[in-house]
Design a protein around this ligand. Sequence first.
Ligand SMILES: [Zn+2]
Length: 214
Amino acid sequence: MSANENRQREQIVDFGRSLFERGLTAGSSGNLSVRLEDGWLLTPTNASLGRLDPASISKLDWDGRLVSGEPPSKEAFLHRAMYQAREKAGAIVHLHSTHSAAVSCMCGLNHDDCIPPLTPYFVMKIGRLPLVPYHRPGDPELGPAISKLAARHNAVLLANHGPVVSGASLEAAVYAAEELEETAKLFLLLRDLPSRPLDAAQIDELKTTFKLEI
Ligand SMILES: [Zn+2]
C-alpha cells in the first residue's frame, strides 16, 4: 500500500470522526470517498463515520468491484457517478446533514439553484447548487441524474435526502460540505425575514477575483 493511500485512509477516519462528533452525520448515514492512483476508497456499508477503522475502509476499482476491505456503502454508485462527471474531483462527501436535508424537502425551490448566494464563502466553495429529483434509495437512475448535473457543478442536492459535494482533496470537499450546511442554516433562519443575497455584480467580482468556474 502506498504512503499516499495510507495517508488518505487516516484522513477519512479523522474527518469522519470530526463530522460525526459535530452532529453533521448520524447513525450509519453519510459516506466519504477519495480517488487514488489505482482506484478509490469509500467508507463501508453500515459503518458509523464516528468509528471507522483505516484497515477496513473499502477499496474499489472503477468498475465498482471491491478490491479490499469491507463491502462498500450502498451509495457507492452515487460517488462513482460524480467522479465520472468530474475528472478533477479528488474526493467526495455525502451527508444527510440536518439543514441541507431540510432544504432538500422544501416546496418552491429553484431547481437550478436551491440556496441563494447569501455569503461570498458559499459562492466560492459551492457556487450554484442544483436539485436532483427524488429517487428511492438504491434506484440506479440516480447515478445518471447526478452525472448530468455534476458535469457543471461541484455539488448537488438530492431531493428529500441530502448533499453530494466534491473537492480537489478530502479536506476541500469536507470544508465545502460544511459551508453548504452553514448556508442552509442561514437560509432557513432568514426564510421569513427580508434578506439581501449578493447581487449579480458582487458575484461577478468574486468570479473574476478568485477565478471561479461557476
Ligand atoms: Zn444518502
